[in-house]
Structures are given as C-alpha cells and as structure tokens.
Write a protein that binds this ligand. Structure first.
Ligand SMILES: [Fe+2]
Length: 251
C-alpha cells in the first residue's frame, strides 16, 4: 500500500512532534502493510522566497529522521518527499512552485482553502498546470459544501485524493460511493498527524472499500498510486460495477 498524504517529518508542521513520534508513526504504517509513505508537510506561502526556506527546513527534518531510522534499525516504509501546498491565488505565478512536486514526479498536492473558493483559486490551479505540474487536490471529501462548484475544478483535470478516515464513517460512505462514480476518488491517504486522534487508518479504509464497495474500487486506487509515483498518467475513466440496492444498504 502507498499512503499518499502524511505529516511524518518531525517538528516541521502540526504533524509528528519529534523523531520518536515520527518513528512510531512510520513503524505503525509498515506494520499495517504500507510500503511507501508520501511525506506531505504543510507549506503556507506568503512570498516566493518561502518556497526555498521550506525546502531547506524540510531537508533538515528529513535528514534528522533518516538518521533516527538508521540508528533505530527497525523496518520502515520508503519515504517520498512532497508537501501539501495551501492554495493561495498568487502562487500560480511563482515558477519555483515546481520545486514542491512529489520527488521524481510532476505531481503536486494542493489544499484548497476552507473558507471560500473563488475564480482566482481555479486560475491558480490552471496556472500550476500550465507550468507542467499535475495537481492533486487533497482530501476533497472535506469540501462537499462546495459540491456545486466541483465541476469548475474537474474542468481543470486534477486528480482527487480522499482521506482514509472518511471511509470509517457510515454516514459518509454513500457519498463516497457517488464520488467514485463521479470521478472524484483517485488516491487515498491517511493524512496521519500523530498516533492518537489523527492516526493512520489506511489499512482499515482499504478493508472497508474491499468488503463493501468491491475489489475493483480498491484495485483502481492502488494502481493509481503506483502510476503517480512512476510519474505516469492515471486511468480516470474507470467503469465501476454499479452496486445493487442491498449492497448500498450495507455500506
Ligand atoms: Fe494534510
């Protein structure tokens, strides 16, 4: 399994507070069968110079973590460095945003604002695409109140990532099934921040998807994750088997 969204670098954002916590989070992920974790620390850009400053901070945190992992001697997933870029309208004008792509790929994880979406935000996503980057919209299920505006986003052809814990809520599952059918579920991430209230539920989520939605849904997400990390295009037009009335009741 590949975890596409995580906050495992120590002391860099509101995720792992220190190396001990980061090691525990990574060990837990590995024990759950996660072989690769995409590290997506938050970055909030006020000025273009913030990008290089962030990359420097991230490098330091990553070096500390790698040293701790090697000293520990335990088994850990592979780490691919990326970040979660809070989308502000002007960042689409900063060429150095390209440095924030997931390493070895042109894919970049973007977090839409929670307060309001405007034309400027769509333009920023568009401009980021023009740079040659392929936007991944983080935890899109958090923005269902903007559902009527999703088609503006979809027209920009991004990839949509959903958080694993959304599948743990029965009330959300019908919504998520519809999102699959409508083409808004391409990648899954734990968005783990710690070992308690924001821990890793990826294994559980895949279990629920396989059992209640069907294996074609989980295979689709797993295949996409591999393709993205290989910097290849994903298969967006996927025809899922329609669940029957009773299957939906059991969601
Ligand atoms: Fe996150």
């Amino acid at each position: 399994m590949i975890d596409f969204h995580s906050h495992i670098l120590p002391g860099i954002d509101d995720g792992a507070r220190n190396t001990d916590m980061a090691l525990e989070m990574l060990k837990g992920a590995y024990a759950d069968g996660i072989d690769t974790v995409v590290s997506t620390s938050h970055i909030y850009i006020d000025d273009e110079s913030d990008i290089d400053k962030f990359i420097e901070r991230r490098k330091r945190a990553y070096t500390v973590l790698l040293e701790a992992m090697s000293k520990d001697g335990g088994e850990f997933p592979k780490i691919r460095l990326g970040c979660e870029v809070h989308l502000k309208p002007y960042i689409g004008n900063y060429d150095s945003v390209q440095k924030l792509a997931i390493d070895g790929t042109n894919y970049i994880l973007l977090e839409m604002p929670y307060s309001s979406w405007s034309q400027d935000h769509y333009e920023a996503v568009y401009n980021i695409g023009v740079m040659g980057l392929r936007p991944i919209m983080a935890h899109i299920e958090r923005f269902l109140r903007y559902r009527s505006e999703f088609h503006h986003l979809k027209a920009l052809d991004p990839i949509f990532q959903v958080n694993a814990d959304a599948f743990l809520h029965k009330a959300m599952r019908k919504e998520l099934l519809q999102m699959f059918y409508d083409g808004y579920v391409h990648l899954l991430g734990s968005d783990m921040h710690n070992l308690k209230e924001r821990s890793n539920h990826l294994k559980e989520a895949y279990g629920i998807i396989e059992e209640r939605f069907g294996t074609s849904f989980s295979e689709h997400i797993k295949k996409n994750a591999l393709l993205v990390l290989d910097n290849k295009s994903i298969e967006k037009r996927c025809k899922f088997p329609k669940l029957g009335f009773f299957d939906k009741l059991k969601l």
